[in-house]
Ligand binder design. Structure first.
Ligand SMILES: [Zn+2]
Length: 346
């Protein structure tokens, strides 16, 4: 399957990895983490701790100011799921400091991507660049994370399924972006990672060492692939992510990324008539509940986002997908509703 261009971050799997950090990161070090995580990990750090930055915002302006008033330090440790990891990247970039990343859950591929995903004026922006010295994946730390945070990480890989359909669709209709012509080689590379994760759903659900290794290795590829493909994510994101962004817009709420993507990838595969039963079955098997109630919203919210999807993708200027070609009918909405509640219960 062709050779992979570009490189991926140095990644270490093991145990007791956090306790080892104070012995080798540059001193003094700053830990970037979340309020609820710090008490769990504080005891691993020593007198060389310069300070702790608890993430309360991913706003670009606030973080730009915060980067200027960090305590004197010689390295940055990112410790968390997505936001702490991204803020650690931004500080490392702003202050030109060595970075060490410790993901505490398998939620997203953020630990393995070059650019931090932040917010500016209500929009997602990816400003900055950081290559960590290492990404430390501790089996025991990951296993202790809330199950849904870990399991929902599969959706950022399973969505390659809908993304590939959308990219091909855009290509066939002459609607693909000029900078991202359809590339069978990239699709093939992504498919290898999809297949690995699809074949390990039981291990990922149980958060075994093998399951952690498989999903995090897929994330490692996916995180680097945006850069490695020339800042192209067409082989990784499609209508699945469009739906999540639309749902966020319609409800004004934030969701666990993978869970929202999971709902989007199932709805998208129905719109595409692209093995929807297989995708819903995968979500059931890995234990990612996509009922709106499990995301803190109602079925009507989910249905409203479906109805507004075609309008939203043009409003937001998202790339061309099945959302542009296939109307969301009442019949489709009813089929999705019936199948989701049949699969997960009322
Ligand atoms: Zn994603």
């Amino acid at each position: 399957m062709g050779h992979t261009t570009g490189s991926e971050f140095t990644t270490v799997f093991g145990r007791g990895l956090i306790g080892e950090l104070p012995s080798f990161v540059h001193r003094p070090y700053l830990v970037v983490t979340m309020d609820d995580l710090w008490p769990k990990f504080e005891h691993h750090f020593d007198s060389h701790l310069a300070g702790v930055h608890r993430v309360t915002t991913i706003g670009l302006d606030e973080l730009t100011a915060a980067a200027q008033s960090l305590p004197e330090c010689s390295s940055i440790i990112g410790l968390g799921g997505g936001q702490a990891i991204d803020v650690a990247k931004f500080f490392a970039w702003s202050r030109r400091l060595p970075l060490f990343q410790v993901p505490t859950a398998m939620t997203t591929n953020a630990p393995f991507g070059h650019r931090p995903l932040l917010r500016s004026e209500g929009k997602a922006v990816a400003i900055g660049w950081a290559v960590p010295e290492g990404v430390y994946v501790d089996f025991d730390v990951i296993r202790a994370a809330p199950p849904l945070l870990n399991r929902s990480g599969v959706c950022d890989v399973l969505c390659y399924h809908t993304a590939h359909f959308d990219w091909k669709l855009a290509h066939d209709l002459g609607k693909e972006e000029r900078r991202w012509p359809y590339d069978e080689r990239l699709v093939g590379e992504a498919r290898l990672r999809f297949d690995a994760v699809f074949g390990s759903l039981d291990d990922i659900k149980a958060v075994t060492d093998d399951g952690i290794r498989t999903l995090m290795t897929a994330h490692r590829w996916g995180g680097a692939a945006f850069h490695n493909a020339g800042w192209n994510a067409r082989h990784m994101d499609g209508v699945d992510h469009c739906y999540l962004y639309c749902l966020e817009y319609v409800t004004g709420k934030q969701f666990i990324h993978g869970q929202g993507v999971g709902l989007g990838l199932y709805i998208g595969s129905e719109l595409q008539q692209n093995e929807p039963e297989k995708m819903l079955g995968a979500l059931v098997r890995v234990g990612v509940d996509i009922r709106p109630e499990s995301m803190g919203i109602t079925w009507d919210d989910a249905a409203t986002a479906m109805r507004r999807l075609a309008w939203y993708v043009r409003y937001a200027g998202l790339w061309y997908t099945v959302a542009d070609t296939t109307p969301v009918t009442d019949e489709l909405i009813e089929r999705v509703r019936t199948r989701i509640y049949d699969a997960f219960g009322e």
